[in-house]
Design a protein around this ligand. Structure first.
Ligand code: TUI
Length: 314
């Protein structure tokens, strides 16, 4: 059994987080992951506080194990949700796409475990100083909003910059990825794309099918010109957006093209107008299975790999 300090800190069996995927990671998916011994995380995305409250209620009706909420800091509702997680006594908060400094004191005082995504060494040092409990180092192999550095490069640098436990994210699909992240100094992993095929993940069947059929070169990054690079499946929409982006479409029109595109992918499976966020490991997602099975499977796969690692040392 692989154990790390993150298991003790959060009271979880396996050091596996399910990423807070906007529009996707709802109370049902998060509860299934937490029931399976990992940490399930509800994504606030761009949704209003009422939605998040409802999802917390759903999760808590399914599991009494700890759950997390991910706050996407570009959201117009970030301030509201920062307060709701305190009122609802959420155990863990993760943040993404920005700097959560202004909320840290209130969250700490409420006893919430705060685990920000950091995309740079400077941010890792700042969050350590402000009292974060752990850090998530997410490389650009991940789906959604991506940073500059890969997981291979980011994780060891973040580990060197902090005394806190580091959770590696981006590009992890199975036990090999988990073992590799532990070798880089991580104390846990976060997976997003791998959970898209979970039975409890309620995305449109077309979305699931696209992930299950994906091949190695199936994702691309768009949105760099507007400063929000996003990795998604290489669909008609992604190709059209990329053409518009490099063809000189005005910023306002480009923004309009992207508005609502995540919802259209998740809820309608709309190939022409939907943006199907996905990490580079989509091609390694092979089957639908319960979320709890995914958590257990990747950790059990990692065990013999880590045990045999010493074979290289002569
Ligand atoms: O946040 C994510 N992934 C996401 S967010 C999202 S929704 C979205 N909507 C509109 C535009 C953009 C995104 C879809 N996927 N991952 C965590 C993450 N955080 N990746 C990178 C960062 C990050 C970036 C900058 C964290 C901190 C940061 O600091 C900025 C600063 O102020 O220094």
């Amino acid at each position: 059994m692989i154990k790390s300090e993150i298991c003790e800190m959060l009271g979880i069996k396996y050091p596996v987080f399910q990423g807070g995927m906007a529009w996707i990671a709802d109370g049902k998916l998060a509860a299934a992951v937490s029931e399976g011994g990992g940490l399930g995380i509800i994504a606030a995305g761009n949704a209003p506080g009422e939605y998040v409250k409802e999802q917390i209620k759903i999760a808590k009706s399914i599991t009494s194990k700890p759950i997390g909420v991910n706050i996407m800091l570009l959201s117009p509702y970030a301030d509201d949700i920062a307060q709701i997680v305190i009122e609802e006594k959420v155990e863990v908060v993760t943040t993404g796409a920005g700097n959560p400094s202004k909320y840290m004191k209130a969250w700490k005082e409420a006893g919430i475990k705060v685990i920000p995504v950091v995309a740079s060494v400077a941010m890792a040092k700042l969050m350590t100083r402000l009292g974060a409990n752990a850090l998530i180092a997410e490389g650009g192999e991940s789906g959604g909003h991506v940073g500059e550095l890969t997981t291979m490069v980011l994780v060891p640098q973040i580990c060197d910059a902090t005394t806190l436990p580091v959770i590696a994210a981006g590009g992890i699909a199975d036990g090999r990825g988990v073992a590799a992240c532990f070798m880089l100094g991580a104390s846990g992993v976060q997976m997003g794309t791998r959970f898209l095929s979970a039975n409890e993940c309620t995305i449109h069947p077309t979305y699931k099918e696209k992930v299950l059929k994906a091949t190695d070169l199936c994702t691309m990054v768009t949105g760099k010109r507007l400063g929000h690079p996003v990795r998604s499946l290489r669909t008609q929409f992604a190709r059209d957006y990329s053409k518009a982006e490099y063809g000189g479409m005005p910023d306002s029109e480009l923004e309009a093209l992207a508005t609502g595109a995540l919802r259209l992918a998740v809820q309608e499976g709309d190939n022409e107008k939907g943006c199907f966020l996905s990490g580079q490991i989509a091609s390694m997602v092979k089957k639908e299975q319960p979320a709890a099975e995914i958590v257990k499977e990747v950790m059990e796969e990692a065990e013999p790999i880590l045990l045999r690692a010493s074979k290289w040392v002569k």
